[in-house]
Design a protein around this ligand. Structure first.
Ligand code: HEC
Length: 253
């Protein structure tokens, strides 16, 4: 039987084109819709400590305004390796309609009233469960490090990625407040120092974005775990199938 030979080498020109194609596709992912450059962020859903820190930052600083209405607290037991008591004592601060402490099996809702929120911000702070999927982790990361001082805005801050956003810079106490030193708003100097260095703040934001990426698709963690065994099984099975095929066809020449 004639053997079929598959060649994996293409002409150098083709390989070059393929290379450029891949580079262009991947670099496109780092631009926002309006062409602003987004900063890369390292997402690691297996880093439980980072997810736990992200959850803490979220509950303490964002949850007062932004719900996570498709997420239940109890999921943190498996996914974030947090004991039930830790969640109840450190992450649940809300009460239900009867004034009793929210149960661990509940959805992550807050008490923001749409009317009062409209009065305060002009808009309702959006639910953030799916934000990492709709905006992307790079967008979120860039957004959260792009607040700068702007006295013409109601909260005294603006955002280079999301101009005139109606959200205060709630993490200013961590980052500090910076103001642009050139017209293009590419260079900044701090006018108020925060509790963290630039590096520490960016690390905290990475944890926060890591957490929001997990929340946007909790099944990812299960998928990776199961996916590993599925691929391993497929590889093993291909090998067995190959042996079987060789056995059946060995006399047919
Ligand atoms: C005081 C209330 C408040 C707090 C606290 C707050 N936000 Fe916001 N946030 C808002 C409002 C209001 C908007 C809507 C702004 C707009 O549409 O102009 C918003 C918008 C956003 C958006 C943009 C959503 C979109 O796609 O349009 C993101 C992302 C976001 N917030 C993340 C966060 C994170 C992360 C935290 C915690 C560090 C946080 N917010 C804390 C009020 C708040």
């Amino acid at each position: 039987m004639k053997k079929l030979k598959i060649s994996l080498t293409g002409s150098p020109c083709m390989i070059k084109q393929l290379f450029f194609f891949i580079v262009i596709i991947s670099s496109n992912l780092l631009f926002a819709a309006d062409g602003t450059t987004l900063k890369p962020v390292l997402i690691d859903l297996n880093n439980k400590a980072s997810l736990q820190r992200g959850a803490q930052i979220y509950i303490n600083n964002c949850f007062g305004c932004h719900t996570l209405k498709y997420q239940r607290y109890v999921k943190f037991v498996d996914h974030l390796s947090l004991p039930k008591e830790t969640i109840e004592n450190n992450l649940i601060f809300t009460t239900d309609k009867n004034g009793e402490k929210t149960k661990i099996g509940s959805l992550m809702l807050n008490a923001v009233h749409p009317t009062s929120s409209k009065e305060a911000f002009g808009v309702m702070p959006p639910d953030l469960t799916l934000i990492a999927r709709s905006r992307g982790p790079e967008w979120l990361y860039t957004f959260l490090i792009s607040f700068y001082k702007d006295e013409s805005r109601p909260y005294g801050v603006n955002n280079t990625l999301y101009p005139n956003v109606n959200m205060p810079h709630v993490l200013w106490w961590m980052e500090g407040v910076k103001q642009p030193i050139n017209n293009e708003k590419t260079d900044f100097e701090y006018v108020i120092n925060g509790s963290m260095s630039d590096k520490e703040y960016k690390k905290s934001i990475t944890d926060l974005v890591n957490f929001l990426t997990y929340v946007s698709e909790p099944a990812q963690l299960d998928r990776y775990r199961i996916g590993f065994w599925v691929i391993l099984f497929l590889l093993l099975f291909s090998f067995i199938a190959f042996l079987l095929k060789s056995e059946y066809w060995k006399d047919v020449k």
